[in-house]
Design a protein around this ligand. Structure first.
Ligand SMILES: NC(=O)c1ccc[n+]([C@@H]2O[C@H](COP(=O)([O-])OP(=O)(O)OC[C@H]3O[C@@H](n4cnc5c(N)ncnc54)[C@H](OP(=O)(O)O)[C@@H]3O)[C@@H](O)[C@H]2O)c1
Length: 262
């Protein structure tokens, strides 16, 4: 992705109906991109279409990323219509929090399948397509600060996100000479539906307290990092400081993370 503009680019947004994903779609359309939006709920996708005033630049395809075949269908369907994907943003995610003993098998599977397998299904099937393009594409993994900081009551969610981080790092090294670009971005706390399906006793206070940015602001920061081609980037300054602390003063970071209010 060159320079600061998404004008004329074909962008796939997976997880396009959530707080951050929908804001990305709106901003990409406003920047002149052609957008293919995917998520499970056809109703929410229809709402997205109507919010954009039925933009002819927006195509939607209901997809469950936990299913390899559905991800393959999404890519074949998109390719059949636009014959290239300049940028793919994997923003689908699900978050179950709570003490480790409260996470049941279904939640574990759902987090691993949505946050990690789905990413794998996407990149594995997208790479050969992007490889055919004259101008190679960019794949963006919307990770979470939890992948690096793992606050208490978020350990399994953190593990599912950290798996995605490792996949992207390894793949970036594997594709080093290919011209494909693989970026891992870390949004800061953002006000969305994420985690809101949980009963209050499983929502840690650190999740609810503190300032959350608007989804539109988060999308703006993500698009700025993408346009700048930042390989691995925490999009807010407080997060960058926390990552520095984790790297250079791990004992202090450990105490800080362990002390997050529950
Ligand atoms: N909000 C934050 O503070 C924050 C912070 C750091 C990182 N993140 C990450 O940012 C991403 C977006 O989060 P958000 O806060 O915008 O969450 P959100 O509002 O809950 O949106 C999640 C999106 O993922 C889609 N999705 C969930 N399961 C799916 C599946 N199986 N197949 C396809 N799509 C699926 C949802 O649509 P359907 O339900 O219709 O499928 C929705 O579009 C997530 O990866 C999250 O981990 C969020």
């Amino acid at each position: 992705m060159g320079g600061s503009s998404f004008q004329g680019k074909v962008v796939l947004v997976v997880g396009a109906t959530g707080g951050i994903g929908a804001a990305l779609v709106h901003q990409l359309l406003a920047a002149g991109a052609r957008v293919i939006a995917a998520a499970r709920s056809p109703e929410r996708l229809a709402m997205l279409v109507s919010e954009t005033g039925q933009s002819p630049q927006l195509l939607v395809c209901p997809t469950d990323v936990r299913d390899r075949l559905q991800v393959g269908h999404l890519l074949a369907w998109a390719w059949g219509r636009v014959e290239r994907i300049d940028l793919a943003i994997y923003c689908a995610g699900i978050e179950y929090l709570g003490p480790l003993t409260s996470i049941d098998g279904k939640e574990l599977e759902e987090m691993m399948a949505t946050n990690f397998y789905g990413l794998f299904f996407l990149v594995q099937q997208l790479l050969p397509l992007m490889d055919k393009q004259k101008e190679k594409g960019t794949i963006v993994w919307v990770s979470s600060p939890m992948a690096r900081l793992a606050f208490p009551w978020a350990s399994v969610y953190a593990a599912s996100k950290a798996a995605g981080d490792a996949l992207m790092t390894g793949l970036r090294r594997e594709c080093w000479r290919s011209g494909l670009r693989l970026l891992t971005l870390y949004p800061g706390p953002t006000a969305t539906r994420a985690g809101q399906q949980l009963p209050p006793e499983r929502l840690p206070r650190w999740h609810e307290q503190g300032q959350k940015m608007r989804a539109g602001r988060c999308a703006e920061l993500l698009l700025r990092a993408i346009a700048a081609g930042q390989r691995q980037r925490a999009v807010t300054m407080p997060l960058r400081l926390l990552f520095l602390l984790e790297r250079w003063l791990p004992a202090l970071s450990e105490r800080l993370c362990a002390g997050m209010p529950l």
